[in-house]
Design a protein around this ligand. Structure first.
Ligand code: ATP
Ligand code: MG
Length: 365
Protein backbone atom coordinates (compact mmCIF):
# COMPACT_ATOMS: atom_id res chain seq x y z
CA UNK A 1 0.00 0.00 0.00
CA UNK A 2 2.78 2.33 1.01
CA UNK A 3 4.75 1.64 -2.19
CA UNK A 4 1.66 2.05 -4.34
CA UNK A 5 0.91 5.37 -2.65
CA UNK A 6 4.38 6.71 -3.40
CA UNK A 7 4.10 5.38 -6.95
CA UNK A 8 0.92 7.38 -7.38
CA UNK A 9 2.65 10.55 -6.18
CA UNK A 10 5.36 9.93 -8.75
CA UNK A 11 2.79 9.79 -11.53
CA UNK A 12 1.46 13.20 -10.48
CA UNK A 13 5.01 14.48 -10.36
CA UNK A 14 5.89 13.09 -13.80
CA UNK A 15 2.88 14.96 -15.14
CA UNK A 16 4.13 18.22 -13.71
CA UNK A 17 1.95 18.39 -10.56
CA UNK A 18 2.67 18.42 -6.87
CA UNK A 19 1.06 15.72 -4.78
CA UNK A 20 1.46 14.55 -1.20
CA UNK A 21 -0.02 11.94 1.02
CA UNK A 22 -1.79 13.76 3.82
CA UNK A 23 -4.09 13.36 6.78
CA UNK A 24 -4.91 10.06 8.43
CA UNK A 25 -2.54 7.92 6.42
CA UNK A 26 0.56 9.93 7.32
CA UNK A 27 -0.56 10.40 10.93
CA UNK A 28 -1.12 6.66 11.28
CA UNK A 29 2.18 5.91 9.55
CA UNK A 30 4.02 8.06 12.10
CA UNK A 31 2.13 6.24 14.86
CA UNK A 32 3.02 2.88 13.35
CA UNK A 33 -0.64 2.10 12.67
CA UNK A 34 -2.36 0.83 9.55
CA UNK A 35 -4.75 3.06 7.64
CA UNK A 36 -7.66 1.86 5.57
CA UNK A 37 -7.75 4.62 2.98
CA UNK A 38 -5.23 7.10 1.71
CA UNK A 39 -5.79 10.84 1.37
CA UNK A 40 -3.80 12.71 -1.23
CA UNK A 41 -3.61 16.46 -1.79
CA UNK A 42 -2.41 18.00 -5.01
CA UNK A 43 -2.35 21.22 -6.98
CA UNK A 44 -3.97 19.39 -9.91
CA UNK A 45 -7.67 20.14 -10.36
CA UNK A 46 -10.15 17.27 -10.75
CA UNK A 47 -10.18 17.85 -14.53
CA UNK A 48 -6.40 17.65 -14.65
CA UNK A 49 -6.49 14.51 -12.52
CA UNK A 50 -8.91 13.04 -15.02
CA UNK A 51 -6.48 13.75 -17.83
CA UNK A 52 -3.91 11.57 -16.07
CA UNK A 53 -6.28 8.85 -14.86
CA UNK A 54 -8.96 8.44 -17.51
CA UNK A 55 -11.14 6.22 -15.29
CA UNK A 56 -11.62 8.98 -12.73
CA UNK A 57 -15.09 10.46 -12.55
CA UNK A 58 -15.40 14.14 -11.79
CA UNK A 59 -16.81 14.77 -8.33
CA UNK A 60 -20.52 15.22 -8.07
CA UNK A 61 -20.19 18.32 -5.93
CA UNK A 62 -18.24 21.30 -7.02
CA UNK A 63 -14.94 21.19 -5.12
CA UNK A 64 -15.60 17.62 -4.09
CA UNK A 65 -12.79 15.13 -3.88
CA UNK A 66 -11.87 12.58 -6.48
CA UNK A 67 -11.85 8.85 -5.76
CA UNK A 68 -9.28 6.71 -7.43
CA UNK A 69 -8.64 3.03 -7.11
CA UNK A 70 -5.02 2.61 -8.08
CA UNK A 71 -3.66 -0.94 -7.99
CA UNK A 72 -6.45 -1.94 -5.59
CA UNK A 73 -5.77 0.85 -3.10
CA UNK A 74 -8.44 3.48 -2.51
CA UNK A 75 -7.27 7.04 -2.78
CA UNK A 76 -9.24 10.14 -1.94
CA UNK A 77 -7.64 13.00 -3.82
CA UNK A 78 -8.39 16.64 -3.05
CA UNK A 79 -7.12 19.70 -4.80
CA UNK A 80 -5.41 22.27 -2.54
CA UNK A 81 -8.12 24.57 -1.34
CA UNK A 82 -9.01 27.26 1.09
CA UNK A 83 -12.34 27.59 2.87
CA UNK A 84 -13.84 30.80 3.99
CA UNK A 85 -17.03 32.33 5.32
CA UNK A 86 -18.66 29.42 7.08
CA UNK A 87 -22.35 30.09 7.19
CA UNK A 88 -24.32 27.07 8.27
CA UNK A 89 -21.60 25.98 10.67
CA UNK A 90 -20.91 22.84 8.73
CA UNK A 91 -20.24 23.57 5.08
CA UNK A 92 -17.95 26.39 4.01
CA UNK A 93 -19.97 28.84 1.98
CA UNK A 94 -17.07 29.40 -0.37
CA UNK A 95 -14.12 27.30 -1.37
CA UNK A 96 -11.35 28.28 -3.66
CA UNK A 97 -8.58 26.23 -5.13
CA UNK A 98 -5.10 27.36 -4.32
CA UNK A 99 -1.72 26.23 -5.56
CA UNK A 100 -0.05 26.49 -2.17
CA UNK A 101 0.22 23.44 0.04
CA UNK A 102 0.50 25.47 3.25
CA UNK A 103 -2.81 27.18 2.57
CA UNK A 104 -4.48 23.80 2.14
CA UNK A 105 -2.93 22.53 5.37
CA UNK A 106 -4.19 25.52 7.35
CA UNK A 107 -7.82 24.67 6.61
CA UNK A 108 -7.39 21.19 8.09
CA UNK A 109 -8.67 20.37 11.55
CA UNK A 110 -5.82 19.21 13.79
CA UNK A 111 -2.06 19.60 13.55
CA UNK A 112 -1.57 15.81 13.50
CA UNK A 113 -3.76 15.72 10.38
CA UNK A 114 -1.60 18.20 8.47
CA UNK A 115 1.40 15.92 8.11
CA UNK A 116 2.36 15.17 4.52
CA UNK A 117 4.60 12.67 2.84
CA UNK A 118 6.34 13.29 -0.45
CA UNK A 119 7.13 10.84 -3.22
CA UNK A 120 10.39 9.85 -1.53
CA UNK A 121 8.61 8.92 1.67
CA UNK A 122 9.90 12.05 3.43
CA UNK A 123 7.59 13.55 6.07
CA UNK A 124 6.74 17.20 5.66
CA UNK A 125 5.67 18.83 8.89
CA UNK A 126 4.82 22.48 8.32
CA UNK A 127 2.53 22.96 11.35
CA UNK A 128 4.30 21.04 14.13
CA UNK A 129 2.20 17.91 13.82
CA UNK A 130 5.04 15.59 14.85
CA UNK A 131 5.57 17.39 18.14
CA UNK A 132 1.87 17.12 19.00
CA UNK A 133 1.83 13.44 18.09
CA UNK A 134 4.83 12.88 20.35
CA UNK A 135 3.02 14.75 23.13
CA UNK A 136 -0.14 12.72 22.35
CA UNK A 137 -1.97 15.98 22.03
CA UNK A 138 -4.82 16.99 19.77
CA UNK A 139 -4.39 20.61 18.84
CA UNK A 140 -6.50 22.62 16.43
CA UNK A 141 -4.81 24.29 13.48
CA UNK A 142 -5.07 28.02 14.18
CA UNK A 143 -7.59 29.38 16.67
CA UNK A 144 -9.61 26.60 18.32
CA UNK A 145 -12.37 29.07 18.95
CA UNK A 146 -12.68 30.10 15.32
CA UNK A 147 -12.25 26.61 13.87
CA UNK A 148 -14.84 24.96 16.13
CA UNK A 149 -17.29 27.76 15.51
CA UNK A 150 -16.91 27.12 11.76
CA UNK A 151 -17.61 23.42 11.98
CA UNK A 152 -19.07 21.54 14.92
CA UNK A 153 -18.14 18.17 13.40
CA UNK A 154 -14.62 18.95 14.60
CA UNK A 155 -15.85 18.58 18.20
CA UNK A 156 -16.78 14.98 17.54
CA UNK A 157 -13.70 14.32 15.45
CA UNK A 158 -11.53 15.57 18.33
CA UNK A 159 -13.23 13.23 20.79
CA UNK A 160 -13.11 10.38 18.29
CA UNK A 161 -9.37 10.79 17.70
CA UNK A 162 -8.72 11.15 21.44
CA UNK A 163 -10.53 7.85 21.94
CA UNK A 164 -8.95 5.96 19.06
CA UNK A 165 -5.43 7.19 19.67
CA UNK A 166 -5.62 7.66 23.45
CA UNK A 167 -4.56 11.28 23.06
CA UNK A 168 -5.41 14.34 25.18
CA UNK A 169 -7.22 17.45 24.05
CA UNK A 170 -5.29 20.67 24.30
CA UNK A 171 -6.71 23.26 26.75
CA UNK A 172 -7.78 25.73 24.07
CA UNK A 173 -9.65 22.96 22.29
CA UNK A 174 -11.43 21.88 25.48
CA UNK A 175 -12.54 25.42 26.16
CA UNK A 176 -13.83 25.84 22.61
CA UNK A 177 -15.79 22.58 22.87
CA UNK A 178 -17.65 23.97 25.89
CA UNK A 179 -18.30 27.21 24.03
CA UNK A 180 -19.60 25.68 20.80
CA UNK A 181 -21.12 22.36 21.87
CA UNK A 182 -24.58 23.85 21.29
CA UNK A 183 -23.84 23.88 17.55
CA UNK A 184 -23.85 20.08 17.58
CA UNK A 185 -27.63 20.33 17.56
CA UNK A 186 -27.38 21.52 13.97
CA UNK A 187 -25.06 18.74 12.88
CA UNK A 188 -26.75 16.01 10.84
CA UNK A 189 -27.59 12.79 12.61
CA UNK A 190 -25.79 10.97 9.83
CA UNK A 191 -22.51 12.65 10.79
CA UNK A 192 -23.16 12.23 14.49
CA UNK A 193 -23.75 8.55 13.99
CA UNK A 194 -20.62 8.13 11.88
CA UNK A 195 -18.35 9.64 14.52
CA UNK A 196 -20.11 7.97 17.46
CA UNK A 197 -19.78 4.64 15.67
CA UNK A 198 -16.03 5.14 15.54
CA UNK A 199 -15.97 6.00 19.25
CA UNK A 200 -18.20 3.04 20.10
CA UNK A 201 -16.03 0.67 18.05
CA UNK A 202 -12.86 1.59 19.86
CA UNK A 203 -11.38 -0.68 22.55
CA UNK A 204 -10.89 2.61 24.38
CA UNK A 205 -14.62 3.45 24.25
CA UNK A 206 -14.77 4.37 27.91
CA UNK A 207 -12.38 7.27 27.44
CA UNK A 208 -14.67 8.48 24.66
CA UNK A 209 -17.71 8.14 26.91
CA UNK A 210 -15.93 10.00 29.70
CA UNK A 211 -15.14 12.83 27.30
CA UNK A 212 -18.70 13.00 25.94
CA UNK A 213 -19.91 13.14 29.53
CA UNK A 214 -17.26 15.65 30.63
CA UNK A 215 -18.35 18.03 27.89
CA UNK A 216 -22.01 17.45 28.75
CA UNK A 217 -22.94 16.39 25.22
CA UNK A 218 -25.86 14.12 26.08
CA UNK A 219 -28.61 16.55 25.06
CA UNK A 220 -26.74 17.88 22.05
CA UNK A 221 -26.22 14.39 20.69
CA UNK A 222 -29.50 12.82 21.77
CA UNK A 223 -27.93 9.95 23.69
CA UNK A 224 -28.10 8.95 27.34
CA UNK A 225 -24.70 9.24 28.98
CA UNK A 226 -25.84 8.88 32.57
CA UNK A 227 -24.50 5.37 32.99
CA UNK A 228 -21.13 3.81 32.37
CA UNK A 229 -21.20 1.49 29.40
CA UNK A 230 -19.72 -1.96 29.05
CA UNK A 231 -17.54 -2.41 26.01
CA UNK A 232 -18.91 -4.81 23.41
CA UNK A 233 -17.42 -6.35 20.28
CA UNK A 234 -19.89 -4.51 18.11
CA UNK A 235 -20.76 -0.79 18.37
CA UNK A 236 -24.44 -1.75 18.27
CA UNK A 237 -23.98 -3.02 21.84
CA UNK A 238 -22.98 0.48 22.92
CA UNK A 239 -25.88 2.04 21.00
CA UNK A 240 -28.15 -0.31 22.95
CA UNK A 241 -26.75 1.13 26.18
CA UNK A 242 -27.16 4.83 25.33
CA UNK A 243 -30.79 4.90 24.11
CA UNK A 244 -30.29 7.06 20.99
CA UNK A 245 -33.15 9.37 20.13
CA UNK A 246 -35.45 8.58 17.21
CA UNK A 247 -33.71 10.85 14.76
CA UNK A 248 -30.79 8.47 14.41
CA UNK A 249 -31.22 6.31 11.33
CA UNK A 250 -30.41 2.67 11.73
CA UNK A 251 -30.55 -0.03 9.08
CA UNK A 252 -33.28 -2.61 9.57
CA UNK A 253 -30.66 -5.10 10.75
CA UNK A 254 -29.30 -2.62 13.27
CA UNK A 255 -32.84 -1.90 14.48
CA UNK A 256 -33.54 -5.58 15.01
CA UNK A 257 -30.30 -6.03 16.94
CA UNK A 258 -30.85 -2.88 19.02
CA UNK A 259 -34.31 -3.95 20.08
CA UNK A 260 -33.35 -7.54 20.78
CA UNK A 261 -30.18 -6.68 22.73
CA UNK A 262 -32.13 -4.21 24.86
CA UNK A 263 -34.81 -6.77 25.54
CA UNK A 264 -32.38 -9.48 26.62
CA UNK A 265 -30.40 -7.02 28.75
CA UNK A 266 -33.57 -5.76 30.43
CA UNK A 267 -34.66 -9.32 31.19
CA UNK A 268 -31.22 -9.77 32.69
CA UNK A 269 -31.12 -13.44 31.95
CA UNK A 270 -29.91 -15.53 29.03
CA UNK A 271 -31.46 -18.97 29.03
CA UNK A 272 -31.58 -21.39 26.10
CA UNK A 273 -34.91 -19.78 25.24
CA UNK A 274 -33.34 -16.35 24.65
CA UNK A 275 -30.54 -17.96 22.65
CA UNK A 276 -33.13 -19.77 20.52
CA UNK A 277 -35.40 -16.75 20.08
CA UNK A 278 -32.90 -13.95 19.61
CA UNK A 279 -29.98 -15.87 18.13
CA UNK A 280 -26.40 -16.27 19.24
CA UNK A 281 -25.15 -12.88 18.09
CA UNK A 282 -27.68 -10.84 20.03
CA UNK A 283 -27.14 -13.01 23.10
CA UNK A 284 -23.37 -12.78 22.75
CA UNK A 285 -23.48 -8.96 22.82
CA UNK A 286 -26.12 -8.94 25.58
CA UNK A 287 -23.96 -11.33 27.62
CA UNK A 288 -21.03 -8.94 27.33
CA UNK A 289 -23.22 -6.12 28.64
CA UNK A 290 -24.59 -8.29 31.44
CA UNK A 291 -21.08 -9.58 32.18
CA UNK A 292 -22.21 -13.16 31.76
CA UNK A 293 -19.76 -15.64 30.24
CA UNK A 294 -20.44 -15.11 26.55
CA UNK A 295 -18.35 -18.01 25.21
CA UNK A 296 -20.90 -20.61 26.32
CA UNK A 297 -23.60 -19.10 24.16
CA UNK A 298 -22.43 -20.87 21.02
CA UNK A 299 -22.17 -24.23 22.84
CA UNK A 300 -25.68 -23.76 24.20
CA UNK A 301 -26.97 -23.02 20.74
CA UNK A 302 -25.31 -26.17 19.37
CA UNK A 303 -27.02 -28.28 22.02
CA UNK A 304 -30.53 -26.91 21.41
CA UNK A 305 -32.98 -29.71 20.48
CA UNK A 306 -34.45 -27.49 17.76
CA UNK A 307 -33.00 -24.46 16.02
CA UNK A 308 -36.15 -23.05 14.44
CA UNK A 309 -39.93 -23.49 14.53
CA UNK A 310 -39.96 -25.71 11.46
CA UNK A 311 -37.76 -28.21 13.33
CA UNK A 312 -40.72 -29.05 15.57
CA UNK A 313 -42.04 -32.57 15.05
CA UNK A 314 -45.52 -31.15 14.39
CA UNK A 315 -46.42 -28.15 12.28
CA UNK A 316 -49.32 -25.71 12.63
CA UNK A 317 -51.60 -27.60 10.26
CA UNK A 318 -51.01 -30.91 12.00
CA UNK A 319 -51.79 -29.28 15.35
CA UNK A 320 -55.03 -27.74 14.04
CA UNK A 321 -56.09 -31.10 12.59
CA UNK A 322 -55.12 -33.06 15.67
CA UNK A 323 -56.96 -30.76 18.09
CA UNK A 324 -59.76 -30.10 15.59
CA UNK A 325 -59.30 -26.44 16.31
CA UNK A 326 -61.94 -24.03 15.13
CA UNK A 327 -60.26 -20.92 16.41
CA UNK A 328 -57.14 -20.95 14.27
CA UNK A 329 -55.72 -17.85 15.96
CA UNK A 330 -54.84 -20.04 18.93
CA UNK A 331 -52.34 -22.10 17.01
CA UNK A 332 -49.59 -19.48 17.20
CA UNK A 333 -49.87 -19.43 20.97
CA UNK A 334 -49.82 -23.21 21.16
CA UNK A 335 -46.78 -23.50 18.90
CA UNK A 336 -44.99 -20.91 20.99
CA UNK A 337 -45.72 -22.88 24.12
CA UNK A 338 -44.53 -26.17 22.62
CA UNK A 339 -41.45 -24.50 21.21
CA UNK A 340 -40.54 -23.14 24.61
CA UNK A 341 -41.05 -26.47 26.35
CA UNK A 342 -38.97 -28.28 23.73
CA UNK A 343 -36.16 -25.71 23.77
CA UNK A 344 -36.00 -25.82 27.56
CA UNK A 345 -35.95 -29.64 27.32
CA UNK A 346 -39.22 -30.03 29.24
CA UNK A 347 -40.82 -31.78 26.31
CA UNK A 348 -39.27 -34.20 23.84
CA UNK A 349 -39.49 -33.15 20.21
CA UNK A 350 -41.32 -36.20 18.90
CA UNK A 351 -44.79 -36.38 17.42
CA UNK A 352 -45.92 -38.80 20.16
CA UNK A 353 -44.75 -36.61 23.01
CA UNK A 354 -46.16 -33.46 21.50
CA UNK A 355 -49.51 -35.14 20.90
CA UNK A 356 -49.60 -36.30 24.51
CA UNK A 357 -48.81 -32.77 25.66
CA UNK A 358 -51.52 -31.32 23.43
CA UNK A 359 -54.10 -33.74 24.78
CA UNK A 360 -53.22 -32.92 28.37
CA UNK A 361 -53.16 -29.19 27.94
CA UNK A 362 -55.27 -28.16 24.99
CA UNK A 363 -57.88 -30.87 24.41
CA UNK A 364 -60.76 -28.84 25.86
CA UNK A 365 -60.42 -25.85 23.50
P1 ATP B 1 -9.50 8.54 9.36
O1 ATP B 1 -9.36 8.27 7.90
O2 ATP B 1 -8.80 7.60 10.26
O3 ATP B 1 -10.91 8.78 9.75
P2 ATP B 1 -8.51 11.11 8.70
O4 ATP B 1 -7.77 12.15 9.49
O5 ATP B 1 -7.86 10.65 7.45
O6 ATP B 1 -8.78 9.92 9.68
P3 ATP B 1 -10.68 11.85 6.99
O7 ATP B 1 -12.10 12.08 7.34
O8 ATP B 1 -10.30 10.76 6.06
O9 ATP B 1 -9.94 11.67 8.40
O10 ATP B 1 -10.16 13.24 6.46
C1 ATP B 1 -8.91 13.40 5.79
C2 ATP B 1 -8.27 14.71 6.19
O11 ATP B 1 -9.11 15.79 5.82
C3 ATP B 1 -8.04 14.87 7.69
O12 ATP B 1 -6.85 14.26 8.13
C4 ATP B 1 -8.01 16.37 7.82
O13 ATP B 1 -6.75 16.86 7.42
C5 ATP B 1 -9.05 16.82 6.80
N1 ATP B 1 -10.39 16.95 7.40
C6 ATP B 1 -11.35 16.02 7.47
N2 ATP B 1 -12.47 16.50 8.06
C7 ATP B 1 -12.21 17.77 8.38
C8 ATP B 1 -12.95 18.82 9.00
N3 ATP B 1 -14.20 18.62 9.42
N4 ATP B 1 -12.36 20.02 9.15
C9 ATP B 1 -11.10 20.23 8.71
N5 ATP B 1 -10.34 19.30 8.12
C10 ATP B 1 -10.87 18.08 7.95
MG1 MG C 1 -8.65 9.30 5.97
Amino acid sequence: MFDKALELLKIFNDNGYEAYLVGGFVRDYVLGKKSADVDVCTNATPKQIQEIFKEVRLPFEQYGSVHLNYKKVNFEITTYRMDFEYEDKRKPSKIMYTDKLIIDLKRRDFTMNTLCMDLNGKIIDLLDGIKDIKDKMIRVVGSADKRLKEDSLRILRAIRFATELNFSLDDGLKEAIFTYRGNLKGLSYYRKKQELNRIFSSPNVNLGMDLLRYFGLSDYLGIDLSRKVVRTNDPIGIWAQVSPDDKYQFTSNEKTYLKAIKKVVNDGNISDWEIYREGTYVCYIAAQILKIDEVNIYDHFDSLPIKKTSDLAMNGKQIIDYLELNDKSLVKKIINDIERKVVLKKLVNSEDDIKKYLLNNYSNL
